[in-house]
Design a protein around this ligand. Structure first.
Ligand SMILES: Nc1ccn([C@@H]2O[C@H](COP(=O)(O)O)[C@@H](O)[C@H]2O)c(=O)n1
Ligand SMILES: C[C@@]1(CO)OP(=O)(O)OP(=O)(O)OC[C@H]1O
Length: 159
């Protein structure tokens, strides 16, 4: 039996006319997040943490930005693919922890729904999912409200 950890990081910039989807929740905001997918920066960081723990290539290998067939894909489906890859390797995901860095929107009121969505995609329970939010205290690209950053870790057991 091996205990493995993984780390993931992602950034998406804000753009007019896009949705702001985080953890599968469509959060009301004046701008949304730009991407070839639904641009769910939180799910992307979590996906890369799982792929890393499995010793597999990153999210862009499985979901290439050049692939027109996945335009607008829900990032919860990306998490479901990561769960399937974990199953193939005989890996049991134990928990995920994550942090969002954003000046806005206010994320705290949406965290319970985000945890439920992510837990459902990964066949975990909400208590296995950590999500925190913090501002960047007005500094840098996040502080200028140009985008959102996310980081995630996970732990899994390979039998
Ligand atoms: N986009 C955000 C940022 C922060 N929060 C919540 O506010 C708390 C304080 O944030 P600081 O950056 O001032 O430390 C933080 O702990 C979160 O609960 C949020 O909901 N959404
Ligand atoms: C899933 C993908 C697919 O294009 O989503 P994007 O919205 O392009 O987001 P990014 O985090 O830049 O890279 C991951 C991509 O593989």
């Amino acid at each position: 039996m091996k205990i493995r950890t993984g780390i993931g990081y992602d950034v998406h910039q804000f753009a007019e006319g896009r949705k702001c989807i985080l953890g599968g929740v469509d959060i009301p905001h004046s701008v949304g997040l730009l991407g070839h997918s639904d641009a769910d920066v939180l799910c992307h960081a979590i996906a890369d943490s799982i792929l890393g723990a499995l010793g597999l290539p990153d999210i862009g290998y499985y979901f290439p930005p050049e692939d027109d067939s996945i335009e607008g894909i829900s990032s919860l489906d990306i998490l479901k693919k990561c769960k399937a890859l974990a199953d193939e390797k005989g890996a049991d995901l134990q928990n995920v922890d994550s942090a969002l860095v954003a000046e806005a929107p206010k994320i705290l009121p949406h965290i319970a729904e985000m945890k439920a969505n992510i837990a459902n995609a990964l066949a975990l329970v909400p208590e296995d999912i950590g999500i925190k939010a913090t501002t960047n205290e007005t500094m840098g690209f996040v502080g200028r409200k140009e985008g959102i950053a996310a980081m995630a870790t996970c732990c899994l057991v390979i039998h």
